[in-house]
Design a protein around this ligand. Structure first.
Ligand SMILES: *Cc1c(COP(=O)(O)O)cnc(C)c1O
Length: 355
């Protein structure tokens, strides 16, 4: 792919070592952009100074939500090496989302090359404090100037970068999770497996409700019976029950997390029995009561592995173990973050250097 590069003439001040970065507030000097036009395909790949984009108010994305996004990170390792974690998986998933949303396919190599190229240009923006990273947000929007309901014939693919702080500023810490019994996020046949804004728009109301009740995240139940466990806001969920690792199977309404896939692979390679299946909320409540629910954790790019100390379902508030961080949860966190930041061997071949 031929990428035309226009460097900024007014570089911004980068955050200093020790600065609080938070998440998603700060953006780097450059962004990648590429257009799609029906009959012409993807064209005009370019890296330009980060800044506003201009769209007609009738651009289709504003009205019918034809949009796809991805999320991954770049990590600064020893000797200032910059790493990505399984970016090929993001490229594959982007196309699974694209297909569902009638957005044209982006060739996988093109997607990965775009991400590498813009990260490379802004590599000095990858922060170096413990646990920090450069969050990468590739996305596609429908840009036809048209109010009819149909797939757009033109699109914009953009990759922006945001230096982000450690998810757990004072070390890994357990969270409380609200099992939502009123609203649902997705149904089979819908777009739950796609990474698209609409799924998040549908989730906000329950998120607000959970926050108001003192819980940090929502755990969704299936959209039909409200009986089976699906996933957390932006994380997949896993349980250790009687020594086995159990997680909801990918059924079409759950987002197929790359962290989920990686953690299950690590668990299997460590000799754990792993079950991907339906898990009812009753099974969970019963396992919490009889003591067989040993650990609960979420998996996602942002937190990597997030220990769950407390689960609430209607009138039941379940404390997991002693409410602290489970032993396997901690081991999985250490293994995956060790690989991502280049501190551990990578027997799986997941870490990709940006050179
Ligand atoms: C992105 C996302 C996840 C986690 O996926 P990762 O690839 O592990 O980051 C889980 N659930 C939802 C709804 C998501 O959008």
């Amino acid at each position: 792919m031929d990428i035309k590069i226009t460097k900024t003439t007014a570089p911004k001040a980068k955050p200093a070592k020790g600065d609080k970065l938070g998440f998603g507030h700060i953006f780097t000097d450059h962004m990648f952009m590429m257009n799609y036009t029906e009959g012409k395909g993807w064209h005009d790949a370019r890296i330009v100074p980060y800044g506003n984009i201009s769209l007609d108010p009738s651009a289709m994305v504003f009205h019918y939500g034809q949009e796809m996004f991805e999320g991954l990170k770049a990590y600064r390792g020893e000797n200032d090496k910059i790493y990505l974690f399984r970016p090929d998986m993001n490229a594959k998933r982007a196309n699974a989302s694209n297909e569902r949303l009638c957005i044209p396919e982006i060739p996988e190599e093109m997607f990965v090359e775009a991400v590498k190229a813009v990260v490379d240009i802004d590599r000095d923006w990858v922060p170096s404090d413990e646990g920090t990273s450069l969050y990468i947000r590739p996305f596609v929007i429908a840009t036809d100037e048209f109010l009819g309901v149909a797939p757009s014939k033109t699109y914009l693919f953009i990759v922006i970068l945001s230096p982000s702080g450690a998810y757990y500023e004072s070390g890994l810490a357990p969270v409380g999770i609200w099992i939502e019994d009123e609203y649902v996020r997705a149904v089979k046949g819908g777009m739950g497996f796609a990474k698209t804004g609409g799924n998040y728009a549908a989730s906000l109301i329950a998120q607000v409700k959970a926050h108001d009740s003192g819980y940090s995240q929502v755990l969704w139940l299936d959209g039909v019976e409200r009986k089976y466990i699906e996933e957390v806001g932006a994380m997949n969920i896993m349980f250790k029950i009687n020594g086995k690792v159990v997680t909801p199977a990918l059924n079409g309404s759950i987002l197929p997390g790359i962290t989920r896939n990686s953690i299950l692979h690590v668990c299997r390679s460590w000799g754990y029995e792993v079950e991907e299946r339906r898990i009812s909320v009753e099974e969970l409540v019963a396992a919490a009561k009889d003591g067989s629910l040993e650990e609960v954790w979420g998996t996602g790019t942002a937190a990597v592995v997030s220990p769950v100390g407390k689960l609430r379902y209607m009138d039941d508030v379940m404390t997991i173990g002693d409410g602290g961080i489970g032993e396997l949860t901690q081991k999985l966190y250490d293994e995956l973050t060790g690989i991502q930041w280049g501190k551990r061997e990578d027997p799986y071949g997941w870490r990709i250097e940006v050179k």
